[in-house]
Design a protein around this ligand. Structure first.
Ligand code: SAM
Length: 387
């Protein structure tokens, strides 16, 4: 039987979002007593001129957020209203709406005058959360991320978002280290420098830290361009040098970063970080060729690996798992996680390592590495040869 009130509400949600009249929505009264998610809160936000809906799923000890395009949001709501949640309150600028289900799961809809008729300021909501702002930022403009007037260029919105997400991630890690005596950072494979500039800007101008950052990059033309931008932005302790990661001298460092450095360049960078006794190592790996080639030999042992895509994914996981373990074996506490959603970039795994006094037992970690290698038929992980 068609749930008429629910279908009516879904049409109202669609229209309200499209007209920019959707303020918020709450789903409450769980459909079953043992349901872990107690309620869901929805609000709209703007991405590249498109309104999406953010769902905050509230659990007893945590909130979990997922963002949906409008069509997908409607599908999600269609599944959960009347099943997982029995009360719904929708607030739009023209009316408030409420649906309630009784014990027999029969629904009824009410229309009420609006509590708030002000159009939601979606952009304002986004701006509040940004650590790097687009306005008056010489480097963001010269890198093509913003216009001269300080507006994010539409094509570069993903990059801008990634820069902010990355700074947020680093900001959490920085709480664990002492920044008072200055902070020396090396960025290995700095490329066009988007994240290098943002990190310097954040450390220097938001955290007021005496930061010194060196970007190391193979391609001389990128190094020249970045040095020019650093000069124009008055970033006097940010310098870029042409060279190979492997040739960078082992000097004491507070932090080493390597974002999307190709294949084993990530390993070269991690090894430099360990040898330089860096307190923090942050890398986001790129391609994973070395282990994938080694894993080819184990197809008979592991039928999964005969499928190209699964081999690729397994290789990524094994490569990064062993990287994290080798960092642990060298006195670091590690985390491996997705730092931006896959809809923005596929290369979104981040490994963070913080030098720790509570080190794991080295023999135990090495034995875990050895078991992993034997399961996947791997002789050597490139990083092992470097440290
Ligand atoms: C995919 S780009 C990433 C750039 C930057 N880290 C970012 O995330 O925007 C990787 C960069 O690493 C550089 N690179 C790769 N291997 C390198 C090596 N062994 N030494 C120095 N730079 C390297 C490449 O030239 C390229 O510019």
């Amino acid at each position: 039987m068609i749930d008429q009130p629910k279908q009516e509400l879904l049409t109202i949600v669609k229209t309200a979002v499209n007209k920019g009249e959707f303020i918020k929505m709450t789903l409450s009264k769980p459909g079953s007593g043992d349901q872990e998610c107690k309620n869901i809160f929805l609000k709209p936000f703007l991405v590249k001129d498109t309104i999406k809906l953010s769902f905050t799923y509230r659990f007893p000890t945590k909130d979990q957020v997922s963002n949906f395009e409008l069509e997908a949001a409607i599908e999600e709501l269609d599944c959960i209203i009347g099943a997982s949640f029995l009360n719904v309150n929708l607030f739009t600028t023209t009316n408030n709406w409420e649906i309630r289900y009784n014990r027999k799961r029969k629904s009824k809809i009410w229309k009420k005058p609006p509590t708030n008729s002000k159009t939601p300021d979606l952009d304002h909501d986004n701006k509040k959360q940004r650590l790097i702002v687009p306005e008056n930022n010489v480097y963001l403009h010269q890198l093509g991320v913003t216009t001269a007037a300080g507006k994010v260029v539409q094509k570069k919105f993903d990059k801008f978002r990634q820069i902010n997400k990355y700074i947020e991630t680093i900001d959490h890690l920085l709480q664990e280290v002492d920044l008072k005596k200055g902070f020396k950072v090396a960025d290995m494979g700095s490329g066009k420098g988007y994240l290098t500039f943002a990190l310097y800007d954040y450390l220097k101008n938001n955290k007021l830290v005496d930061a010194r950052i060196t970007g190391i990059e193979l391609r001389g033309e990128l190094v020249d361009k970045c040095n020019q931008i650093a000069q124009d932005a008055d970033f006097e302790n940010l310098i870029f040098r042409t060279g190979r990661i492997e040739d960078y001298p082992t000097v004491p460092l507070d932090m080493l970063i390597a974002l999307h450095a190709c294949d084993t360049a990530t390993d070269e960078a991690i090894a430099k970080g360990i040898k330089s006794n860096a307190k923090l190592i942050v890398c986001s790996p790129c391609c994973h060729k070395q282990i994938r080639q080694e894993m080819k030999g184990s197809v008979e042992l592991n039928p999964m690996l005969k499928h190209g895509i699964l081999l690729e994914r397994q290789a990524e996981m094994v490569t990064d798992a062993i990287r994290a373990l080798l960092l642990e074996a060298n006195g670091y506490k590690t985390k491996v996680f997705e730092f931006v959603s896959t809809e923005h970039t596929g290369k979104n795994v981040m490994i963070t390592a913080l030098k720790s006094k509570n080190q794991r037992d080295k023999a135990e970690v090495l034995s875990e590495i050895s078991s992993l290698k034997s399961i996947f038929g791997i002789n050597t992980h490139y990083l092992e040869t470097l440290i």
